[in-house]
Ligand binder design. Structure first.
Ligand SMILES: Cc1cc2nc3c(=O)[nH]c(=O)nc-3n(C[C@H](O)[C@H](O)[C@H](O)COP(=O)(O)OP(=O)(O)OC[C@H]3O[C@@H](n4cnc5c(N)ncnc54)[C@H](O)[C@@H]3O)c2cc1C
Length: 435
């Protein structure tokens, strides 16, 4: 048995982690086991990647099946990490069409959570998928796409692994000429220009907003980051995928100073470094993967771990939500370690984290304030109509989904194909999809 924790190190299980070697043994395993879940690289913050009985890892499945370098279409086995795929595609002047804030995720995990990126348009990974090969829970291999088995295709993208094991994914890449981007930072001291995202859509490829966690409700300040790929005829492809690990000193300093003053100081340094350099050329890693500076930075939070609350708030309600969040923080002397906003737009299908709104994510240390933080987000869900993101969630329960039509539809369809709840996660049980 293995002790497995997700990224937040808050949710943990003792389970059987199995690494099948080939397709034949994978299918045999799926047929044999009564309870299971496919495991990616455990970079989900909450419990969507945890199962108490069997976790099946596809890390032995990372073959490139085909790569059309003219059309920029690639078909890859799902156990590959983006840190392994990037060197292959970058060399050929391609980048991922959508990427999360870390490259240490598997392709299967990206599809199952339907990850979103900083793209100003088409910001979900599912927008770029052509087809998926899936092994369902009775061990049958099924090809699905927008034309073939469309319902299964829609359920699988964002299906949190409940439709079966994704064996491989064919998707479109983004053509690039340089691994550098032009980055522009715009500082703001209130929410009047929050929707600058929308205005600058045509000028930039990406946008993301950092909010100063120590803002007051009257003056919520932060920085909008915009970036675009450099279009150069002369090739300028340069990269080095590095892995640094945190050491004893980092852990020690964090343990002693994990308090208001440390985060206030970090926020000021972060703000000044970006405020003083409003336009800059940066390597792609410095824009997309700042958090990968340390491969295992989550360990800094120690055994108690941390949580991230990640919700999508309808556009019309986002500003009043942010004000009420900062009022709550001020009243209770609570602060988040990191707050990020992204503008997302997607037509709702089955995928449960989709809509036209503002994605709000905030990290919190697990301490005496945690139960108040949890109550704040649970109690306000109905008022602000926000939905949670499967990849990050640790707090929502069955009660929160009573009125969510999209979620109810997803649950109904999953019940039809996932007989006896054979595939499940702690999250799918907690939210009532498989319990
Ligand atoms: C630092 C950091 C930054 C992040 N930034 C973002 C971001 O910007 N945007 C965003 O959307 N997400 C972000 N994430 C979340 C991350 O992208 C997702 O949690 C992703 O799904 C993790 O992939 P994984 O391979 O680790 O999968 P896991 O966490 O192991 O699993 C995730 C889900 O995928 C399922 N799964 C995995 N492989 C398969 C397969 N082969 N077949 C079927 N199901 C499978 C699992 O059952 C589980 O339900 C971030 C995470 C970190 C740690």
């Amino acid at each position: 048995m293995n002790k497995i924790a997700s990224w937040g190190n808050y949710k943990k299980v003792t389970t059987n982690l199995i690494y099948p070697k080939d397709k034949k043994s994978l299918i045999k395993l799926i047929k044999q086991k009564k309870e299971l879940l496919t495991f990616g690289n455990g970079r989900s913050y909450g419990d969507v990647c945890l199962n108490k009985k069997n976790l099946i890892s596809l890390r032995n499945f990372k073959r490139i099946i085909s790569f059309d370098k003219k059309k920029g279409i690639i078909d890859v086995e799902s156990g590959i990490l983006m840190s392994e795929l990037l060197p292959i595609i970058l060399k050929n002047n391609f980048f991922l069409p959508v990427t999360s804030g870390t490259k240490f995720v598997t392709l299967g995990g990206m599809v199952a959570n339907n990850i979103h990126g900083k793209n100003v348009v088409k910001n979900y990974f599912s927008d770029y998928i052509i087809s998926i090969k899936l092994i369902n829970n009775s061990g049958k291999l099924i090809n699905c796409s927008k034309k073939n088995n469309k319902k299964l295709f829609d359920l699988t993208t964002g299906g949190i692994g409940l439709t079966g094991t994704i064996l491989s994914v064919k998707f479109r890449l983004k053509k690039i000429y340089s691994t550098k981007l032009i980055k522009k930072n715009i500082y703001f001291r209130n929410l009047n220009n929050l929707y600058d995202f929308d205005k600058l859509k045509s000028k930039y490829d990406y946008s993301v907003t950092w909010i100063d966690s120590f803002s007051s409700p009257e003056s919520i300040r932060g920085i909008h980051f915009f970036a675009k790929h450099i279009l150069k005829k002369k090739e300028d492809i340069n990269f080095k995928i590095k892995k640094n690990y945190i050491n004893f000193l980092h852990k020690f300093v964090f343990k002693i100073f994990n308090n208001f003053y440390l985060f206030r100081f970090v926020n000021i340094v972060f703000f000044l470094s970006h405020y003083l350099n409003p336009i800059k050329k940066v390597q792609f890693e410095k824009f997309f993967y700042i958090q990968d500076k340390y491969y295992d930075w989550n360990k800094i939070y120690g055994d108690e771990g941390f949580v991230e609350v990640h919700i999508l708030i309808p556009k019309k309600k986002a500003i009043s939500f942010l004000k009420s969040f900062f009022e709550f923080c001020k009243r209770n002397k609570i602060y988040s370690n990191l707050i990020v906003l992204k503008r997302l737009k997607h037509k709702k299908k089955f995928i449960n984290f989709a809509g036209d709104g503002l994605a709000f994510s905030a990290d919190f240390t697990i301490n005496k304030n945690y139960s108040d933080i949890k109550s704040f987000f649970l109690n306000n869900a109905h008022k602000y109509n926000y939905i949670f993101y499967t990849a990050k969630d640790s707090i929502f329960s069955k009660k929160n989904f009573k009125f969510d039509k999209n979620f109810i539809k997803f649950k109904k369809e999953i019940k039809k194909i996932n007989k006896n709840n054979k595939i499940s996660s702690l999250l799918s049980d907690r939210t009532g999809i498989t319990s």
